[in-house]
Design a protein around this ligand. Sequence first.
Ligand code: PLP
Length: 387
Amino acid sequence: MRELRTGRRITYLDHAATSWPKPEPVIEAVVHAMTDAGGNPGRSAHVLALAASRLILEARTDVAALLGVPDARDVAFMPGCTAGLNLALKGLLRPGDRVVVGSTEHNAVSRPLHALAQAGVRVDVVQTDSAGRIDPDAVERSVAEALTTAVVCQHASNVLGTIQPVGDLADIAHAAGAYLVVDGAQGAGHLKVNLATLGADAYVASGHKGLLGPQGVGVLYLAPGVDAVELTQGGGGSNSEDPVQPTARPDRYEAGTPNTPGIAGLAAAVRLLMAEGDAIRAEEQRLVRMLHEQLLEIPGLRVLGPPPGEERVPVLSVVHARVAADRIAFELDAKYGIAVRAGLHCAPWAHETAGTAGCGAVRFGVGYGVTQGDIELAVQAMREVCA
Ligand code: PLP
């Protein structure tokens, strides 16, 4: 439980939407960027611009180190995971190409794929089971049906918590000469990611969820040689005389002035995760397991996704047989000051897969700073709201 400056108390269990509160070093880094490094990076040569350039260089190096990227130039900063996924998908796929994708995707994937389908890309969905587990054999069979340009998957579901077998899917995609594009929004930070070995050709992370950074920043990793066409040109400081967008990474993908304060905050968060990530992840897992087991004891409550004991990210969605999801979320907020999210969570496919598209669900997102007391309060509140 935290107290806002207004005096209002809040138990924040909406980490899958965005992490809150941000760690103190993140806030300090944002302020530092705006006060002491407030120039435009990569443009002018005065002290404030150089400080901003240095800050971004170091941030890129740290993000690459956290995610196991050997060459930091393969990391591009984005305005978010959605922007990075749009770039990866639209930058790699052309009319006539084919994509194989799982059935639990967020609309940051399903909407760009819908737009691409209208432009002549064939999109084939492989149905997962109702817990969101994709069967690699089913993906392999689908890939074998026709020439495939890309397999697209989530690292983890933002509704069901299910973790996908990314390494197996990479092997299947590569054996067929296809790319593997991974939506890492719910993976990075909550899971240890090593992009040197994971096998993803494109991996996109959200800066503001498990990575604990500010909103408005994300990370796009493109493996060496993966030639995604940039979606935006211009606005950058390198090769000013040239009419075309630079082809060198990361400049190719970072048109315009970057979100320097956001990137500074993300870098501070990444340093925290490098020092304490294992402990943070262990505590998230302990608390989500406790929440899971205790919620299962509430009569009429169904917990979506894999059962306790099976691995998941710290996301837990529930539906009650009688009390509507939005009613539960409203009462948790109004009566107990507990912040969760009800509805379809930008992921109608995942809810169709779980059989909850008609009613939606209440999602608990556990993350950095959540305490056992928060979980106990949430369980007690759920017992009362669902009684
Ligand atoms: N993909 C998944 C699975 C998500 O949960 C989200 C955020 O809700 C996104 C993509 C979009 O991330 P961002 O907010 O960084 O654009």
